[in-house]
Design a protein around this ligand. Structure first.
Ligand code: FAD
Length: 403
């Protein structure tokens, strides 16, 4: 019986366990997570968890799933080393766990700005339930919420705090929101929408220094402008947790390097989810993606490979973000070299930015347009030849193209 040890307790780890069980082969499965919880959904943390009256963790699987299926779960347990020669991992207590196959699903951690070096009781990043709970505990009494970073998590949190009646200011260093992840059309729309909803957004704005007292940040200075804060949230991206793999001598390059079967440079070690950098057949290059879709689909791919039914990873990337009443859905990965055109009218509060490479759709960023998003996934994945005029004509449903 194969002895599989999974390191990590996030989306990828939970899906991997489920996919292995679905295959119905006899295996011994052990899941080791440093968090004090069974795997839960992270997306609600920046959306509903902060503002709901009595939020509960959104478990990815009930506790009975692990117990009934004989999965050995170790929470509050951090894997500190991998010995690839004898095939075992060591955890913080000193205990060791042997493996035939090791699956690294270590995810990412929030990036911190050097400005915040030191201990401040009102400065938060948002990655775990514990982070979200600590933020909840303080945000209720706050008036001014200062958000560093106009990326997905910063904007979701800004919209949530604004819905709670807080005075929210977002400081973004770049000249537009979501500069690394979406088109200028989406950036402009979100800028206008969030500002119209009362969120102050400052672009090209880098704080020079903080005003602090007794371990509390009172605000930030940008030149001679002062931005007051009762609570500070830093949402400036994530760093892949590769150190464990790196120390074990596995290839890493802004992520744990895997092949199309999620196998690392050691055939007995796989890696899945946010922590991996993988060859994308669709994009024709190596990428690291941070999304629930990618974590789940890579988990399925690794399970198949490990259980002797390999098929190369070819899933179409997709992603969503809820920012107040605005739902953004992205199918594919935006490529600045591809031509863009807008389907619909942003003034209506629903539209899609379509990316074309010749007569193929390569990406669609949809605002409050779920039908466009779903149809685009098929058009992109199946590389359907698309008539551009038709694709941009809102009287033609995207789902009818190529049929
Ligand atoms: P994670 O979910 O990060 O899990 C990694 C786990 O490994 C963690 O539990 C970590 O503690 C554990 N771990 C790490 N090292 C060790 C070790 N050495 N020993 C033991 N355990 C270890 N994606 C979307 O598609 N849509 C969204 O709307 C969206 N919203 C988000 C909102 C927030 C606030 C956050 C934080 C993320 C959001 N994401 C969203 C991203 C999504 O949650 C991630 O892509 C997904 O969680 C990745 O799953 P993963 O299993 O690879 O990593």
């Amino acid at each position: 019986m194969k002895n599989i040890v999974v390191v990590g307790g996030g989306h990828a780890a939970a899906q991997f366990c489920a996919s292995v069980l679905e295959a119905g082969q006899p295996v011994k499965l052990t899941l080791i997570t440093e968090e004090g919880y069974l795997p839960y959904q992270r997306p609600p943390l920046s959306k509903t968890f902060i503002k709901d009256e009595n939020p509960q963790p959104a478990w990815l699987r009930p506790g009975s799933f692990y117990a009934d299926n004989g999965i050995n779960v170790h929470v509050n347990t951090c894997v500190t080393a991998i010995d690839r020669e004898v095939q075992q991992v060591t955890v913080n207590s000193g205990d060791t766990f042997p493996y035939d196959v090791l699956v690294l699903a270590t995810g990412t951690r929030a990036r911190m700005l050097p400005l915040f070096e030191g201990e401040f009781s009102n400065v938060f990043t948002l990655r775990t339930i514990d982070d979200a709970q600590r933020l909840r505990d303080q945000i209720g009494a706050a008036n001014n919420v200062l958000v560093f970073g106009g990326g997905f998590i910063g904007l979701e949190l800004a919209a949530t705090a604004s819905a709670l009646g807080k005075q929210v200011t977002v400081l973004e260093a770049a000249d537009r929101l979501l500069g690394r992840s979406a088109s200028p059309e989406i950036s402009d729309y979100l800028l206008r929408t969030h500002r119209a909803n009362g969120i102050a957004i400052e672009l090209e704005c880098r704080a020079d220094r903080l005003e602090t007292a007794d371990g509390v940040v009172k605000g930030a200075w940008v030149g001679d402008r002062f931005f007051a804060a009762d609570v500070v949230v830093v949402g400036v991206g994530a760093v892949p947790n590769v150190e464990l793999a790196q120390d074990a001598g596995l290839d890493c390059d802004n992520g744990i390097v895997v092949n199309e079967f999620m196998q690392t440079s050691d055939p007995a070690v796989y890696a899945i989810g946010d922590c991996t950098v993988f060859p994308s057949a669709m994009l024709g290059r190596r990428v690291r993606l941070e999304s629930v879709q990618n974590a789940n689909d890579q988990a399925r791919c690794a399970a198949r490979s490990i259980l002797g039914d390999p098929s190369a990873y070819s899933a179409m990337p997709w992603f969503w973000s809820d920012q107040g009443a605005t739902r953004i859905q992205i199918a594919g990965v935006p490529d600045a070299h591809h031509e863009r055109a807008v389907r619909g009218n942003p003034a209506d509060g629903k539209f899609s930015v379509l990316y074309f490479d010749g007569d193929r759709l390569t990406c669609a960023e949809s605002i409050n347009s779920p039908a466009d998003h779903l149809a685009s996934r098929r058009l992109i994945a199946d590389k359907v030849v698309v008539d551009r005029a038709q694709a941009l004509d809102t009287s033609v449903a995207l789902k009818t193209l190529g049929l």
